[in-house]
Design a protein around this ligand. Sequence first.
Ligand SMILES: N[C@@H](CCC(=O)N[C@@H](CS)C(=O)NCC(=O)O)C(=O)O
Length: 214
Amino acid sequence: MTQVETGHYRLFWEKMSGAMVIELLLEEMQIPFERVAIDMAAGAHQSAAYLAVNPTGQVPVLALPSGEVIGETAAIIIALGERHPDKLLVPRPDHPDRATFLRWLIYMAASPYMTFVQFNHPERFLDDPGTHPALIDNARARLRDQFTALDRAIVGAPFFLTDGISALDLYAYMLIEFFGDDPVALAGKPRLARVHGAVAKRSSVARVRQRHGR
Ligand SMILES: N[C@@H](CCC(=O)N[C@@H](CS)C(=O)NCC(=O)O)C(=O)O
């Protein structure tokens, strides 16, 4: 695996991908980083050079200043929390909210994020294009239910947890943005709508949205 010590963070990034939550977190933590654009439409994520960085061929990946590379949004968030505990966006191991934080972080990464793959890429699940509309409808219904579960899990106001903004809010914001302007995202989900509204007001979001063409 390619490891180059650079002395700074490098985020392997694509527009409207899971890189958004890592970018928001780095911005909120006020940690400088370099964005390395991966042109997925051109297949750059399947190039030998990128597969040497991330064998899964997925974005995002974060290269630490030491050159060590971390993939998987949840793992990257936990690693950033360990390296920057003073920034308070990831509850520390002894914080009363730590277990709840981990629970919902993993849920977001493992459930709704993965259902968006079915929503956007039905061809990965079934070859017959005739089946794709049903797969997309099913994904949309599952996303609605998964967002409802998230809405019920929110205990704070305006943020997810009671103790101020955390990476959960940034992750929820990204998932809602993945839905585009589909009303299913926030209909009947007042707590999730409040989280989205509160995150949207952050100056980090204005910078990041511009880069994602939102
Ligand atoms: N479990 C991974 C999922 C990452 C993922 O699915 N990324 C998408 C972009 S949003 C990707 O790289 N897709 C390309 C592919 O799977 O070939 C994470 O949480 O980081």
